[in-house]
Design a protein around this ligand. Structure first.
Ligand code: HEM
Length: 397
């Protein structure tokens, strides 16, 4: 099966180069129209169904009893076997265990908690932007996106401010190696020490909660705690990619940048942040495994089949979003699925939204212009999307 206007088809959906080129959006558009529920034959990856329409992606997210997370939520080469966190971490469990695990750390992710951290976060974001301006040119991926998202997760876990830059360096190395965080020795040693410290002296941070709050009347094992930390740190990298890709979207759409700079009300920043999240959709897919035979748009999905929910495709579904390929900071309504929905909706979504709004505010206030200063190198991945490196010049206001 091929897309009528080009040489690639649904089988190429697992080609990282197609994602890096951005051409994947043309394929998804074709699939939404002609093959919205599509079976991908097994190869290096297990066979899987692709869902590309908004309603179908939402339906799968909202029915965890049929679409289970416990056997993995990301496509993994068959040779690697099951994800080590399967059945153990928040992302990789189903209710009722999932609810209990999420409840264990939920206090750290509430709106109230985000508000209490707002002043500190705002000051941090302004300082990162000011530093990027002062440095002449900067890599928006590392110097802004990854730095802010790493500082943020460090703060939630309870990493002291003086250690946060070191954590950023280790996480960047781990991320760029493409290997699981748990295989990065200095990073894991740091978290292991921190875990033991919290066992000695409890604290009101996410590490303290993993260590000291019970889940169904039991404390987590050390392995479960470290996998939980890995889950949080890994998932939070999406925020950095969204922020970096958002800045590049503003460079590519000067009229939208002018709207942001000219905006005088907080409500505009709110809609702008949602549009950046939709447009960048940094998480590319979520996977589920069918627990029972089920039917989606007339196609029979058998118990045990893998089902892949393509998030950027759902977020460009023309039956839900007017003019979906337009980056429009004033877009309303904008019920995008960039942060998932249902039982597993992103636990970091409140933080991510606050951070994105504060970044847009800081840019509008401190920066007169954002100029490209080098090639944008895209990530080659079917799991996350955004830039790998992109040099820009932030001109001071
Ligand atoms: C723009 C930023 C972000 C994006 C686009 C994003 C995206 C997502 C998506 C799509 C899911 C659903 C996964 C699924 O249902 O299988 C998810 C879940 C999750 N996210 Fe985020 N995320 C972001 C920021 C963060 C941050 C800042 C954190 C941590 C502080 C975080 C931690 C998590 C965790 C732990 C889960 C699993 C929740 C559960 O299974 O109950 N994310 N995220």
């Amino acid at each position: 099966m091929t897309v009528s206007t080009s040489t690639y088809g649904p089988a190429d959906l697992i080609d990282p180069d197609l994602h890096a080129s951005g051409e994947v959006h043309r394929l998804w558009r074709w699939m939404r129209q002609h093959a919205p529920v599509h079976w991908h034959e097994p190869g290096d990856l297990p066979g899987f169904w692709s869902l590309t329409r908004y309603e179908d992606v939402r339906h799968a997210y909202q029915n965890p009893a049929v679409f289970s997370s416990a056997q993995g939520v990301l496509l993994r080469p068959t040779a690697l076997g099951e994800d080590p966190g399967s059945g153990l971490t928040m992302a990789l469990t189903d209710p009722p265990r999932h609810r209990a695990l999420r409840g264990q750390v939920a206090d750290r992710f509430t709106e109230r908690c985000a508000r209490s951290l707002a002043d500190e976060m705002r000051a941090e974001i302004r300082s990162v932007v000011t530093r990027a301006i002062a440095s002449g040119t900067c890599d928006v991926v590392h110097d802004i996106g990854a730095r802010l998202s790493s500082y943020n997760i460090s703060r939630l876990l309870g990493v002291p401010p003086d250690d946060r830059e070191q954590l950023l360096t280790w996480s960047t190395e781990a991320f760029e190696s493409g290997k699981p965080l748990t295989s990065h020795v200095p990073l894991m040693r740091y978290f292991i020490d921190m875990m033991y410290a919290r066992m000695e002296t409890p604290a009101d941070d996410a590490m303290g909660m993993f260590v000291n709050n019970e889940v169904h009347d039991d404390l987590l094992s050390e392995t479960e705690i470290l996998l939980g930390v890995e889950n949080l740190v890994g998932a939070s990298e999406n925020a950095g990619l969204s922020m970096a890709a958002g800045i590049l979207a503003l460079v590519a759409h000067p009229r939208q940048w002018q709207r942001l700079v000219g905006a005088r009300d907080g409500e505009f920043v709110r809609t702008a942040a949602e549009e950046v999240l939709r447009w960048t959709s940094s998480a590319t897919h979520s996977m589920r495994t069918a627990t029972a035979d089920t039917v989606v748009r007339g196609r029979r999905i058998a118990a045990g089949d893998r089902v892949v929910l393509w998030i950027p495709s759902a977020n460009r579904d023309e039956s839900v979003f007017t003019d979906p390929d337009r980056f429009d900071l004033g877009r309303q309504p904008n019920r995008h699925l960039a942060l998932g929905t249902g039982e597993h909706v992103c636990i970091g979504s409140t933080m991510a939204r606050h951070q994105m709004r504060m970044l847009l505010e800081a840019l509008a206030e401190l920066v007169a212009a954002i100029e490209p200063a080098g090639e944008v190198e895209p990530l080659r991945s079917i799991t996350v999307n955004g830039p790998a490196h992109a040099t820009v010049r932030l001109v001071a206001n």
